[in-house]
Design a protein around this ligand. Structure first.
Ligand code: SF4
Length: 156
């Protein structure tokens, strides 16, 4: 019987999940004992129902949940809580998940200061990111996973 695995990336550079993909042919050996039921880096499983008709984030049940990245915005928090609810064991994968990592350097500054620094510059670029558009709201800081959900195993 294979172990069901769900994997998620939150406030991360995606390096941790890509390291799973980067197993290459060895991934075939892993798949002998593990069944990935959710892993955005490898498969297009929808959060809001396969037809986009759901209203809450929905992740399949799994034995093991791998989460990389910390928690920086409301969407990360919602996904982290859903992973905790659906996975028997939660593994914090990588330093961003276990401690906040490099993205937590933002904690030295307030959100207003960060947004002004990143997006306040005058530009004529039509593709310029507009922080006024509806996006998941930033939390007041970047959090390690265990500051919001219970973590069972740490792999910094
Ligand atoms: S620990 Fe963080 S910075 Fe390092 S590879 Fe993982 S997601 Fe990227």
């Amino acid at each position: 019987m294979s172990v069901k695995v769900a994997s998620e990336w939150l406030n991360s550079c995606s390096g941790c999940e890509i390291s799973v993909v980067d197993l290459g042919e060895r991934l075939l050996d892993v798949l002998q004992v593990a069944e990935f039921v959710h892993i955005p880096a490898l498969m297009d499983h929808k959060y809001f129902g396969q037809l986009g008709d759901g209203h809450h984030v929905e992740i399949p049940e799994a034995d093991v949940g791998l989460i990389s990245g910390g928690i920086r915005n409301e969407e990360h928090l919602e996904v982290a809580k859903e992973m905790r609810a659906k996975c028997k064991v939660i593994v914090a994968l990588g330093t961003c998940a276990t401690h906040g990592g490099i993205p937590a350097l933002c904690n030295s500054y307030g959100n207003d200061e960060i947004l002004e620094r990143a997006f306040g510059t005058e530009t004529t670029d039509p593709n310029r990111f507009d922080p006024e558009k509806p996006l998941p709201r930033l939390l007041d800081a970047c959090y390690a996973l265990d500051e919001h959900i219970q973590v069972d195993l740490y792999m910094p």
